[in-house]
Design a protein around this ligand. Structure first.
Ligand SMILES: Cc1ncc(COP(=O)(O)O)c(C=O)c1O
Length: 392
């Protein structure tokens, strides 16, 4: 294991640290779902060693036998300081946060606070597929507000969706994905302010999933939803999970705006206590001490976005790719290839490369695939070669 940690100490690109043989020894979903002749660039795990401060924190906890229930406010404190440093936002109040087992369970808890079974939840399709599954499982119904052709939030479509969601005067929520998965779009302050205004006008409660917030390119600026005017009754989910590849060390925070503190108080204590103590330790270390590692990752992802754009232009010029400025994900419009609704199935079968099928992302996802950029540049090159061979 020490070999896996050593590369991260020097803040070199963490995406260039591991060989494919090391990666194939992993036992997590990304590397185990498909046979060994398939190159897996799908689920949002990253091919990186664990950041050294995180590895140290959990190794120390294991050495202490410190594996009980979570306690204290170290996690929200670390996040509040990170928010101040990175986003220039000092509005994250530790007393208006609750530990949640992970982001999607936090989303469900937040939806339960502001809606009743049968109520509507608006989403901007195409969007992260579990939004559909978890909303349905919580007995709420999805109302879609498609993104615009520029892949940004279409405020007209959102206005219309809010109106439909509120028919009969029933409560409704808007599950905002910020930054957006799968496009990597970073919403602007003006867009989020307009969203807050629309939500206020329609009486829709906003739940912002901001799990990808740490993974934003240096040239862009993440704006926390709760920092914009009019968002006082909003709820947000934050986590170190995506930024530092901690899906196996689960944890998240539900953060309430000042006018949502009363709602937050209704989260049962048992929900917070269900969060992994080791996860909390890992996430706290990431937000507190993982900045240098994150900077190197974000730079590496930026390089990979440029590499992918160049490779597609050369080998698959019919594929449309509008590089986003956040997340480790690339959303590829493959409709001009003539591979039908599910090009991921063709790339898998003929090219032996695993991507996410756009079909699972809701309306507008047909003919698209999602590619995970969080890997070595050589593997991105190989993936595009395989995709091109599947078409040619
Ligand atoms: C937008 C979004 N929300 C939530 C999650 C999952 O978070 P968790 O594993 O903490 O539930 C992901 C994972 O990729 C995601 O992209």
């Amino acid at each position: 294991m020490s070999g896996l940690f050593s590369g991260a100490r020097t803040a070199v690109n963490p995406l260039r640290q591991l060989t494919i043989d090391q990666l194939r020894r992993r036992t997590s979903l990304k590397w185990r779902e498909y046979p060994d002749d398939v190159l897996p660039l799908w689920v949002a795990e990253m091919d990186v060693p664990l950041a050294e401060p995180v590895a140290q924190a959990i190794t120390d906890a294991v050495a202490r036998g410190d594996t009980g229930y979570p306690a204290g406010t170290a996690y929200p404190q670390a996040l509040a300081e990170f928010a101040r440093r990175r986003w220039d936002w000092d509005g994250l109040a530790v007393e208006r946060t609750a530990l949640v087992p992970d982001v999607m369970h936090g989303v469900v808890e937040a939806l339960r606070l502001v809606t009743e079974p049968g109520d509507a939840v608006v989403v901007n399709c195409p969007v992260y597929p579990p939004f559909y599954e978890f909303v349905a499982h919580a007995n709420r119904r999805i109302v879609e507000a498609p993104l615009g052709a520029d892949l940004r939030i279409d405020l007209g479509a959102l206005d219309d969706a809010f109106r439909r969601a509120r028919v009969g005067g029933r409560p409704a929520a808007y599950l905002l994905c910020s930054p957006h998965n799968p496009t990597g779009v970073v919403h602007r302050a003006a867009e989020l302010t307009a969203v807050a205004g629309l939500a206020e006008r329609h009486g829709v409660r906003v739940v912002a999933d901001e799990i990808h917030a740490p993974v934003v390119a240096a040239g862009a600026r993440f704006v926390p939803y709760l920092s914009v005017p009019g968002a006082e009754n909003g709820l947000s989910l934050m986590s170190a999970s995506k930024g530092w590849n901690l899906a196996g060390l689960r944890g998240g925070l539900l953060v309430a705006g000042p006018a949502a503190a009363g709602d937050l108080a209704r989260v049962p204590i048992g929900v917070s206590v269900s969060t992994s103590h080791l996860g909390v330790i890992a996430h706290t270390a990431a937000f507190r001490d993982g900045g240098e590692w994150l900077d190197a990752l974000v730079t590496g992802l930026d390089d990979n976005r440029r590499l992918l754009a160049a490779l597609l232009a050369e080998h698959l010029p019919a594929v449309r790719y509008q590089p986003g400025q956040a997340t480790c994900l690339a959303w590829l419009d493959c409709r001009a290839l003539g591979l039908g609704d599910d090009p991921a199935a063709v790339f898998l079968e003929r090219g032996r490369v695993a991507l996410n099928s756009g079909l699972t992302f809701g309306t507008g996802g047909g003919g698209h695939v999602r590619l995970n950029l969080a890997t070595a540049p050589e593997l991105i090159t190989e993936a595009v070669r395989r995709m091109a061979s599947a078409v040619g």
